[in-house]
Design a binder for this molecule. Structure first.
Ligand code: ATP
Ligand code: MG
Length: 450
């Protein structure tokens, strides 16, 4: 039975008391994406396994160890997406978006699935905010994508994030580098872990990414990719740096960043925090100039990034970043009997129709318990309706913050209540505004305080 009430290891629930914070963060992301010209794309949670093998790369940890792969009832090999880029590029090709004016700029919120060892900031189901800029070879695009990530962090007032950048060159210059790496690691072959011995044969650059202490120690003295990149790649990288400087975006060059996915070329980058322990990378991205071609399309140089939403939420929490308050219930309508309940239902319907939050009891509570509940909901206003109110056609509307009450007419209640709450809001806003002589703010409202 315990299984029924226990979520699967490495997954987590987002509860109402927290979800509004994440909605705010996602709103900031979407708004930044919009200002940079990225529009949302949604793709399926599962794809053909081959798509990830091809794009993420057969020698990566993600493909070798972490994918959730299964055979469906039609005998196809299916994989739950471990990342968002492959699906976005697949959709880009499938729907012929590459025939549209380039670049095509998309963003997404996705759940991702990786069979990893669960720990703080490392889950088996996690979420990413990602962007992809498809069809932009120039370094201006690299600077733009990095600036977008930075914009999100700045708007959220994240502190202490460091931007690390590197260039891992193009396939041509990388061939020379791989050779140098192979030669270097060959001399340490016996000390490397078993996986890395295999990597040495198939993709020596992956060894740089190995988390085992022995391998990372050896890797720390390996040849550095920046010493091997060709003139074109170097020139590209220099321009990216210049653009970042022009935007006052601070960066550090870290020649050890190679990223965990095979499709990267040229610029790679990470935003890293020291505040949330070992899982400090909240955003990773870079160029993947060969990926579209690898998946059967034309040569379309592209780039993107992905931010880990759970990691970012952890970071915001650890920094006690100010978040907007959860929205309040505008009015709670307490009702004493059946006739009053009918009235409450109608009033709430009017008020909700006007765009405000109106609630009433649906559990058969006593009036006293309804008021207690209204308090718990942090309702801004309450009104109690009973047989006397219905008979007189009037009720007392109580401002829960000040404790003051005013009398309102039930037949124009919906309308009047809008007037009162809008007036309240405008008054709040109007505090710092100077009105022309003789201007009466209250003249704007027909309903309201009588
Ligand atoms: P790491 O080196 O931490 O494993 P990665 O290189 O595998 O990260 P990417 O594939 O580039 O990460 O994914 C982009 C972002 O998604 C990461 O920077 C991180 O914020 C987040 N992320 C990756 N894996 C996980 C996970 N298992 N749980 C939570 N967030 C994750
Ligand atoms: Mg990883």
């Amino acid at each position: 039975m315990a299984l029924l009430t226990k979520a699967i290891r490495g997954t987590q629930d987002l509860l109402p008391a927290e979800s509004y914070k994440q909605q705010y963060v996602e709103g900031v992301m979407l708004d930044a994406a919009k200002r940079f010209g990225f529009r949302e794309i949604r793709t399926p949670v599962f794809e053909h396994t081959e798509l990830f093998q091809r794009s993420v790369g057969d020698t990566t940890d993600v493909v070798q160890k972490e994918m959730y792969t299964f055979t469906d009832k039609g005998d196809r090999s299916i994989t739950l997406r471990p990342e968002g880029t492959a699906g976005a590029v697949r959709a880009f090709l499938e729907h012929g978006l590459h025939n549209e004016p380039l670049p095509v700029k998309v963003c997404y919120f996705t759940s991702c699935y990786r069979y990893e060892k669960p720990q703080a900031g490392r889950l088996r189901e996690f979420h990413q905010f990602g962007v992809e800029c498809l069809g932009a070879a120039e370094p201006e695009a690299d600077a733009e994508v990095i600036a977008l990530a930075k914009d999100v962090f700045d708007t959220l007032e994240v502190k202490g994030l460091k931007l690390f950048i590197n260039s891992i060159g193009c396939p041509q210059c990388r061939a020379k580098y791989q050779e140098a790496l192979r030669e270097y690691f060959e001399s340490h072959r016996e000390e490397l872990c078993e996986t890395c011995q295999e990597r040495l044969r198939r993709n020596p650059m992956r060894i740089l990414d190995c988390k085992s202490p022995v391998c990372s120690e050896i890797a720390s003295k390996a040849p550095v990719v920046l010493d091997y990149i060709c003139d074109d790649c170097r020139d590209h990288f220099e321009k990216v740096k210049k653009y970042l400087e022009a935007m006052n975006i601070e960066y550090e060059i870290d020649p050890t960043i190679v990223r965990g996915l095979d499709y990267y070329t040229r610029t790679v980058f990470e935003f890293v925090s020291q505040d949330i322990g070992a899982q400090g990378t909240v955003c990773g991205g870079g160029r993947y100039d060969g990926l579209v071609e690898e998946l059967g399309g034309p040569h379309i140089p592209s780039l993107g990034f992905a931010m880990g939403i759970e990691r970012l939420m952890l970071l915001l929490k650890s920094q006690q970043t100010p978040m907007p308050e959860d929205e309040r219930c505008d009015i709670f309508i307490a009702a004493a009997d059946d006739e009053a309940k009918l009235c409450a239902v109608k009033l709430a319907s009017d008020i909700r129709g006007d765009g405000l939050t109106a609630l009433y009891d649906v559990t058969g509570r006593s009036i006293k318990a309804q008021m207690k509940y209204a308090n718990k909901l942090n309702a801004r206003y309450t009104v109690v309706i009973g047989s006397r109110e219905i008979e007189n056609g009037e009720a007392a509307l109580k401002d829960m913050d000040t404790g003051e009450s005013i009398t309102v007419k039930l037949d124009t209640f919906g309308e009047d209540f809008m007037g009162i709450s809008v007036q309240q809001a405008v008054k709040g806003l109007g505090d710092g505004i100077e009105f022309a002589d003789g201007f009466d703010l209250n003249s704007l409202f027909t309903g309201g305080n009588k």
